[in-house]
Design a protein around this ligand. Sequence first.
Ligand code: BGN
Length: 286
Amino acid sequence: NIGPIKKVSLRTAILVIFIFIKFNISLIPSDSYCIIDPIEEAIFQNPDVSFGGHSKPKNCTALQRIAIIIPFRNRETHLHYWLFYMHPFLQKQQGDYGIYVIEQHGESKFNRAKLMNVGYAEAVKDYDYNCFIFSDVDIIPLDLQNLYRCSKKPKHMAHSLDKFNFRLPYKNLFGGIVAFTKEHYLKVNGFSNTFWGWGGEDDELFQRVKAAGLSIERASSNISRARVFKHKRDRGNERNLQNVHMIYKAKSRMNDDGLSSLKYTVISFTKHRLYKKITVDIGSPP
Ligand code: BGN
């Protein structure tokens, strides 16, 4: 049996709680817990990453020195989320790694594969890397057991994607994230430089691997589960079906089209807190 005063204060308390919930009012100042931009949070949470985006284990010497190459244009938000998620992930894996964001300058059609080659060429000048991981900016691994390392064979690291219901859509898929030792990347002469627009360059790389007498490996599909950030098709990266005919000519083309024929001009090379960004002019389709 509660008295009339207690009844009134109980009603007031319920009313106040109702108003707070209804109008989304909080007593905590909003910017004390909101992430305004994940890059700020990523910088704050990764003090051990050196300026320019390099990190290595403190108490041991890693056998692999890993360059992570990300082809890029107009995807700042994705990059910030990628860095936010991946720096802690790579440090937990005790990687000796550096992040290279290779930005295509200008408006001509996007050439993902050529940007990968530029990333390789620039990274080897920067540090004694012996492993190269070529990754899209919008793919995040979901399992820490998916090791960002090179193997004895070129490795496909993104074959179990949420956008394909975690199934391999076709047997030869070799897109998203792949890892090559220096020796193997040189052996296949890198990617082709001639795939402008979306699609096929990864299929052609798979054919290069085969033509070089190598085969690929994949981790078990539950370990390599990965998430792809949703996005619309980028302007300047429309599907290019003219590329299709080149895929199966990889064997005859690979010695003349790739690292050995790579030409580009560096527009800028900027060290950011958590990565290096190299903006390059890679020309335009013929
Ligand atoms: C394929 C693309 C790949 C891409 C995968 C997954 C082509 C070549 C013409 C058939 N291949 O269709 O580049 O990684 O889809 O999205 O477009």
